[in-house]
Design a protein around this ligand. Structure first.
Ligand code: ADP
Length: 626
């Protein structure tokens, strides 16, 4: 029979699995059991509405057989099964979500196979231990069964097959032992038992294995030389109680962590696990996880927010979006409520009153958990914030600032005086008596902001400055406008509300100088003023009106023809020697004075992190002056 080829991505993945240097080969069992459990979930759901199936929940199970002689390990389930098309689509190609990304990641870190879970390529992991795999399966609603077979990268075959029952049987022919590796451990019943306990204990269907045991023969029990006999016994290896139904005190954090990783294909450990059980108008249990790391696809449209929704232990929907607000979309978890109808459709779910109540309770829970982490476990919170702070900021900006009161106290910004992230509340508590505003400065990095001449005066006065280094930062503060009745003030754009008192207002009339510079620069600036901010630098550029330089840069990056331009104001430090020299030159050598004006302007542009319109003109002038 002609062998079919795997899709190219799958082939590379297979290659990786076959030649795996991954130390946790054992996880293949977890992957196969999870697949079996998912398949049963699907049929179990159908069984609720299809009486003809004649199955009830207690009929569903997963079986494991180990055959030491044939060196095979078999995993069977009586779940939904697969037909020819499913086999082609599911086992002939890796899960299409993430597959593109997978390819890229593969290039970068080919020895890090935690990708197994992340990309939904679970089935293939069996090739880490098996030299060939046979899948005998029959789908619900189908008369014929199919046999899928593959020995790895050279392709697979599919044949029709007589199969009595609906469900799937997966037979792994284990790899031969080598000098370095023994695969026999995966035939050892006690080893299998411990793996099931470790990874799949919460699976809600019994995982049954025929265990070979020995015991003293009854009739020789009392003799001096007791004889032993072999016997087999069916044992259920897992405890089955869904982890969220077990009292929190009985569950180890490690078990929650494993559940989280397994269920949500995550590579990290949750930074917080929230367990809640509510009885009342609506009764439900929820198990939520706050991840510690940003999933690779988090800020892409591939990422799906939502919680898994169960009704009395049966999965209703994989991703119930209504259960988490957009600003907490990083939260993963499950909700189980007996109050929800099983046959509820997606449209109905959106309007379900119970569901809305649960969602609003969970939102409060998450918020409180984050607030308590911030208060009591600062280090954890900072880690969380570096992973998802941007999401919280988006949350403030979105929906016309509707959620800002809820989220504002969860924000953090890097502080110029503390040299670490601080909250707005901490900032306000530290504010000086004569300080009117909450100051912030925007730039590419903390180092770039440190170098801004505009922040000099604030710094010399000992005022704290919050650094906005992410694109969402400045928008966030603009949306907030105030915090505890203190207005936000941009160090680079606004009137700082302070005078530089070491430098009394110039007595001398400087209007001639300012007009000269404005005339020289023309449209390049909208205004030239005497600075109250500058201390040791000769010039700086500030933005006037609603558009800041950061916004200009941001919009021009995302939409180059947006034409977004901040109104530029050139501030001159009238007591700086360079500016005084220029002023003197107006009388003696006006051409040179003009060149001075151009150079000083160009410097201000560069310091603001903006591009020069005409760099060569600038360098030419410098050369002439030299
Ligand atoms: P994932 O489970 O992450 O989708 P897998 O590679 O493990 O990725 O499986 C691919 C698909 O093959 C599954 O989504 C499922 O549709 C199908 N499948 C795998 N194992 C079984 C099984 N035991 N019964 C029915 N379908 C299965």
């Amino acid at each position: 029979m002609k062998k079919k080829q795997f899709k190219s991505e799958s082939k590379r993945l297979l290659d990786l699995m076959i030649n795996s240097i991954y130390t946790h080969k054992e996880i293949f069992l977890r992957e196969l059991i999870s697949n079996a459990s998912d398949a049963i979930d699907k049929l179990c759901f159908i069984a609720l509405t299809d009486d003809k199936l004649g199955m009830t929940r207690s009929d569903f199970k997963i079986n494991i057989f180990s055959d030491k002689d044939a060196r095979t390990l078999t995993i069977t389930d009586n779940g939904i099964g697969m037909d020819r098309e499913d086999l082609e689509n599911n086992l002939g190609t890796i899960a299409s979500s993430g597959s593109y990304k997978f390819k890229q990641e593969l290039e970068e870190k080919s020895d890090d196979i935690d990708i197994i879970g992340q990309f939904g390529v679970g089935f293939y992991s069996a090739f880490m231990v098996a030299k060939s795999i046979t899948v005998n399966t029959r789908k619900y609603g189908s008369e014929t069964g199919f046999c899928w077979q593959s020995s790895g990268a050279d392709g697979y075959t599919i044949e029709e097959l007589e199969k009595e029952n609906i469900g799937t049987e997966i037979i792994l022919e284990l790899k031969d032992n080598t000098e370095d590796e023994s695969y026999d451990e995966f035939l050892d019943e006690y080893r299998i038992q411990s793996l099931v306990k470790k990874y799949s204990d919460y699976i809600r269907y019994p995982i049954i294995m025929e265990m070979h045991k020995s015991r003293v023969k009854e009739e020789t029990k009392d003799s001096d030389k007791p004889e032993y006999e072999q016997y087999t016994e069916q044992e259920t290896l897992n405890s089955m109680v869904p982890i969220w139904q077990r009292p929190k005190k009985d569950v180890k954090q490690e078990e929650y962590d494993n559940f989280y990783r397994d269920k949500f294909m995550a590579a990290d450990k949750p930074i917080r696990t929230i367990v809640t059980s509510v009885e009342g108008v609506v009764t439900y249990k929820a198990l939520l996880f706050i991840p510690s790391a940003t999933p690779y696809d988090y800020y892409t449209k591939e990422y799906k927010k939502g919680l898994q929704l169960y009704s009395s232990g049966v999965l209703i929907t994989e991703n119930c979006e209504e259960l988490v607000p957009e600003h907490f979309r990083f939260v993963k978890g499950i909700v189980d409520s007996a109050d929800l109808s099983l046959n509820i459709s997606r449209e109905m779910l959106q309007h379900d009153r119970h569901l809305l109540t649960i969602a609003s309770n969970l939102e409060k829970k998450i918020k409180n958990e984050l607030a308590s982490m911030l208060k009591n476990k600062r280090e954890d919170y900072e880690k969380f914030f570096s992973a998802f702070g941007r999401q919280l900021k988006y949350g403030i900006v979105s929906d016309f600032g509707m959620h800002k009161d809820e989220l504002v106290d969860l924000l953090m910004f890097y502080s110029s005086t503390e040299k670490k992230p601080v909250t707005l509340s901490e900032y306000v508590e530290r504010m000086k008596d004569d300080q009117k505003f909450i100051y912030f400065a925007t730039g590419e990095s903390a180092a770039a902001i440190d170098a801004l001449p505009q922040t000099e005066l604030l710094r010399s006065k000992g005022f704290e400055i919050l650094y906005c280094t992410e694109d969402a930062d400045e928008f966030t503060l603009q949306t907030l406008m105030m915090y505890k009745e203190k207005r936000f003030c941009s160090a680079t754009n606004d009137d700082l509300g302070i005078e530089n008192d070491e430098k009394p207002e110039e007595e001398k009339d400087s209007s001639a100088l300012l007009t000269f510079v404005k005339e020289t620069l023309g449209d390049k600036v909208s205004e030239v003023v005497a600075s109250k901010k500058l201390v040791s630098h000769p010039v700086c550029l500030t933005a006037k009106g609603g558009i800041s330089f950061e916004m200009e840069k941001y919009f021009n990056a995302v939409q180059p023809d947006s034409g977004m331009k901040a109104q530029r104001v050139l501030e001159l430090n009238l007591s700086h020697p360079a500016v005084q020299k220029m002023e003197a030159l107006i009388q003696t050598d006006i051409d040179k004075a003009r060149k001075y004006a151009e150079v000083l302007h160009a410097q201000a542009v560069l310091i603001a992190g903006l591009p020069l319109d005409n760099p060569s003109e600038y360098t030419d002038i410098i050369c002439e002056l030299i």
